[in-house]
Design a binder for this molecule. Structure first.
Ligand SMILES: [Mn+2]
Length: 359
């Protein structure tokens, strides 16, 4: 309140609730204000990012979309819908504002005409946030960004290894699509990096009529771990999560979670590039996320493929908000946040074998 009054003036005399300010400063009212994620402070100077437990960064890139674009508006769409949320979750007893320091560092400057230049920008930004010690949460963007985000992390892993838990209807493992590294391709290139072995890639929710055969071939050649929606529902969420945790953690030091919003049934997430019916129910996806995040050492999270131009009432962006907020709460409950010192797998020094060009 002091801050609200200092920066936004005390309210008009007729206002009985004297905690209100004249200019909206802080959370209330939810419909007012400048949208950062969850109304977190906007951090203009990215050199200061290491002073926070969590940094949200937008990656407004959709040049990797092979059909419906629009995910360049994903970060703004998610931020806008996140204004609907308070930092408090009744069921989990977590208050994110009280328990962690969160900032929004804004967006990466992506280059719409070039996936490769955008990838270099994304990797450089991700490496900066990751090396600072702040937990990175990425708002996509199409799924092509999965490769450069993880490449940024690998730059600072030293000799450590990272597993990937990938929620999606699509395998996203082919080398190229339409002659470029598109959103169907991130895990082919990510698992080419020595830090991210393909045997630790777990793919949850795969299925339907949009899984390209070139990608399936790569999954088989590299022995990735695929669970379809049918697998998950038949074995049960607990067993599916246990499988994911075991495979992703086996021989690795941390796990990157890549959540494609289209892993959820198209009826709940129409605002996405390749909607596919028959996906996970929201509560199934959220429960899987809980069982995963609480039981592995997570080094970063991305939520991708929210396309506001195709969205209805912002429900897809709202689902992404929910995924991000739930994940943060699970990180708090499992003791991963706030960070108790710097995790040993974050190395200040760059591993120079991971990309030379984007220094
Ligand atoms: Mn997908």
């Amino acid at each position: 309140m002091e801050r609200g009054h200092a920066f936004g003036l005390a309210p008009a005399d007729s206002i009985r609730d004297r905690t209100i300010s004249t200019f909206s400063r802080g959370e209330l009212p939810h419909f007012a204000g400048i949208n950062t994620f969850l109304k977190a402070p906007y951090l203009e100077d990215v050199h200061q990012v290491g002073g926070h437990d969590v940094a949200v960064l937008g990656v407004p890139h959709d040049s990797g979309a092979t059909y419906r674009p629009g995910t360049r508006f994903g970060p703004q769409g998610i931020r806008q819908m996140s204004a609907l949320y308070t930092p408090y979750n009744y069921e989990m007893g977590v208050d994110l504002r009280e328990q962690i320091t969160l900032c929004d560092v804004g967006d990466i400057f992506t280059i719409p005409g070039s996936n490769e230049k955008s990838f270099d920008q994304i990797s450089k930004g991700m490496a900066h946030v990751f090396a600072s010690g702040a937990f990175p949460i990425v708002l996509g963007g199409d799924h092509s960004i999965g490769f450069p985000t993880l490449r940024g992390i690998c730059r600072h892993l030293g000799h450590h290894k990272v597993g990937i838990i990938h929620f999606d209807r699509h395998v996203d493992t082919q080398e190229t699509d339409l002659d470029e590294r598109m959103h169907t391709c991130p895990w082919f290139h990510a698992t080419n990096m020595a830090h991210a072995p393909a045997r630790n890639l777990v793919q949850l929710g795969i299925g339907g009529w949009q899984v390209p055969r070139p990608g399936v071939k790569v999954c088989r050649e590299r022995n990735t771990n695929v669970l379809t929606v049918t697998d998950i529902t038949e074995m049960g969420l607990e067993a599916a999560a246990r499988f994911a945790v075991e495979r992703a953690s086996d021989g690795t030091d941390c796990v990157y979670v890549s959540f494609d919003i289209d892993c959820i049934d198209a009826g709940f997430v129409p605002g996405t590039g390749w909607p596919e019916p028959g996906g996970l129910l929201p509560r199934e996806a959220l429960k899987l996320l809980e069982l995963v995040v609480r039981n592995v050492t997570v080094c970063g999270l991305e939520v991708v493929e929210v396309s506001p131009p195709y969205d209805v009432s912002g429900i897809t962006a709202l689902m992404a908000t929910r995924v991000v907020c739930d994940a943060m709460a699970h990180l708090v409950i499992s003791g991963q946040l706030p960070r108790q010192g710097r995790p040993s797998w974050i190395q200040e020094a760059c591993a120079m074998d991971v990309g030379q060009a984007w220094r």
